[in-house]
Design a protein around this ligand. Structure first.
Ligand code: NAD
Length: 474
């Protein structure tokens, strides 16, 4: 079924329209479908903070979309544009994302209406701690029922303040470190969480390029090597995605779009250099080895092989979709392509790897972090040296049989797996498996027109199975 792109709808309606298309391909009762589709509960809070002698009031939300699995999971974003519709849409995406990649969490999301650039570090700490306190009080943060993580405008720093606030109110919760993920490693975080969403995007792209039918559908060929990539947003997700694609896969990052302008270089940009320039100067303007374009959004329309929106939702919409010239859109951000835009792009033959799959790396590694916190032990601590001992015996046996193993290979064989190796391996496995399920569903169903609908239909089916198995509370 294709809906005409007659009007733009809100982010939440966009997610729900995709839900409806996916649900239409499944045989599930209408009552169950309606229950899964809608947000379970949402908490809105207002709180005052005294700043320079004046009272400022802040408003925030935490939405729980589904609790078919506990805890529910989803980031907290700090943004001057966040609103309840957006938080609800993002919480629904979390439900489908977790189900799709087999992470046993329900879906949730939080938002605080704030421009973090306006306040100094100490003020941000007071605001974050107070917001956390409000959420803890109502059980919207808890190691067993609701576990936030970073999102736009938040990172390790904010997660450290949240866990420390939680620990001071719940010192008797022995699993208190598990109340939030994305923490610094020194406060119970896990190696590889900061890069996880970006690395997951790359693992997803690599898996896509392993399947010739998918590559051909996008009118591409070969591997990621040499592919011309434009990326929007050089924040947490965009930076790691671009850096790994450039350094490990040989892709050419020909465009980097930021809020203050875009950098274009057909020979490829040095991502680390651009990132350091952005940190030092607060934006990309002034970076010397590229053409600078002030109208950053217009650069989304430049020709390239892969366009990666990694900043925010709704950037490809009804107004610019017909001018998009890429072959493949890889949705690293949440909701970057509106429902209407996707219809237009599909008619143009542009393939799309959906957010609900592609940026799931963050929650996958958050799951590993949460398990690490519950187990109170770092991954690899017990088995690493044992593994190394076994590997050494194996190597001795091979060499004893007269086969010389090259030195660099021997060194790699000898090495036991540390936390980062296990995290990356688990992330890679999860991303590969989920894409294989999506493409299998897509290619085997004539009535499924996009990878997004394939992904959503798998997710809805899994959530439905959970509710069916547990039954409905009388
Ligand atoms: P971030 O705040 O670290 O980075 C966002 C970047 O985008 C910043 O560099 C900002 O300057 C830039 N930006 C903002 N508006 C822009 C615009 N109009 N044009 C160009 N650039 C713009 O946020 P993030 O954590 O990287 O999140 C980015 C997206 O990825 C969001 O949609 C978020 O929901 C999604 N996401 C994040 C995670 C995570 O683990 N952080 C996980 C899954 C999905």
């Amino acid at each position: 079924m294709t809906l005409p792109p007659d009007k733009e709808v809100s982010f939440k309606d966009s997610v729900n329209l995709s839900f409806d298309l996916a649900r239409a391909t499944l045989d599930i009762p209408e009552g169950m479908a309606q229950y899964i589709r809608n947000v379970k509960d949402v908490y809105q809070v207002r709180f005052p903070i005294k700043i320079d002698g004046e009272i400022e009031t802040f408003i925030g939300w935490r939405a729980v979309h589904s609790d078919h699995k506990l805890p529910v999971k989803g980031g907290i974003r700090f943004s001057p544009m966040v609103n309840q519709d957006e938080v609800e849409a993002l919480s629904a995406l979390m439900t489908y994302k977790c189900a799709l990649v087999d992470v046993p969490f329900g879906g949730s999301k939080g938002g605080l209406l704030i421009d973090p650039q306006k306040y100094d570090r100490d003020t941000m700490e007071r605001i974050t701690r107070r917001f956390a306190f409000e959420l803890i009080q109502k059980d919207y943060i808890s190691s067993s029922t609701n576990v936030p993580a970073p999102d736009m405008g938040t990172g390790q720093r904010e997660m450290a303040w949240i866990v420390s606030t939680y620990a001071s109110y719940k010192p008797d919760d022995i699993d208190r470190l598990a109340c939030v993920t994305g923490k610094p490693v020194s406060m119970g975080g896990i190696d590889g969480r900061v890069e996880a969403t970006g690395r997951g995007v790359v693992f997803g792209l690599r898996e896509f390029f392993r399947h010739p039918d998918d590559v051909k559908r996008a009118k591409l060929e070969g591997t990621l090597e040499g592919k011309r990539v434009i990326i929007q947003g050089l924040g947490n997700v965009g930076y790691y995605t671009a850096k790994i694609l450039e350094e490990e896969d040989g892709a050419k990052i020909v465009g980097i779009l930021e809020y203050d302008g875009a950098l274009m270089n057909p020979d490829g940009l040095n991502v680390e250099e651009v990132y350091q320039h952005k940190i030092a100067n607060g934006g990309v303007k002034g970076y010397p080895r590229a053409t600078y374009v002030e109208d950053s959004m217009s650069m989304l329309e430049e020709e390239c092989d892969i366009l990666i929106p990694a900043a925010m939702e709704g950037v490809i919409h009804q107004g610019n979709a017909s001018r998009i010239k890429t072959k493949l859109v890889a949705e690293a951000a949440n909701g970057p392509v509106t429902f209407a835009a996707e219809v237009i792009m599909r008619e143009k033959g542009i393939a799309n790897i959906p957010d609900v799959y592609l940026n799931a790396g963050g929650v996958i590694v958050s799951y590993f972090e949460w398990i690490k916190n519950l187990s109170h032990i770092r991954f690899g601590r017990i088995n690493r040296r044992w593994e190394e001992g076994k590997n050494e015996m194996l190597l001795q046996a091979i060499e004893g049989a007269g086969h010389q193993v090259p030195k660099d290979l021997a060194a790699r064989i000898l090495q036991g797996s540390g936390e980062i190796d296990l995290v990356r391996s688990g992330l890679d496995d999860s991303m590969r498996k989920a894409w294989q399920e999506i493409r299998q569903r897509f290619w085997s169903h004539d009535n499924i027109e996009s990878y997004r609908i394939a992904a959503m239909s798998i997710a809805i089916e899994k959530v439905c199975t959970s509710y069916n198995t547990m039954g409905v509370y009388p």
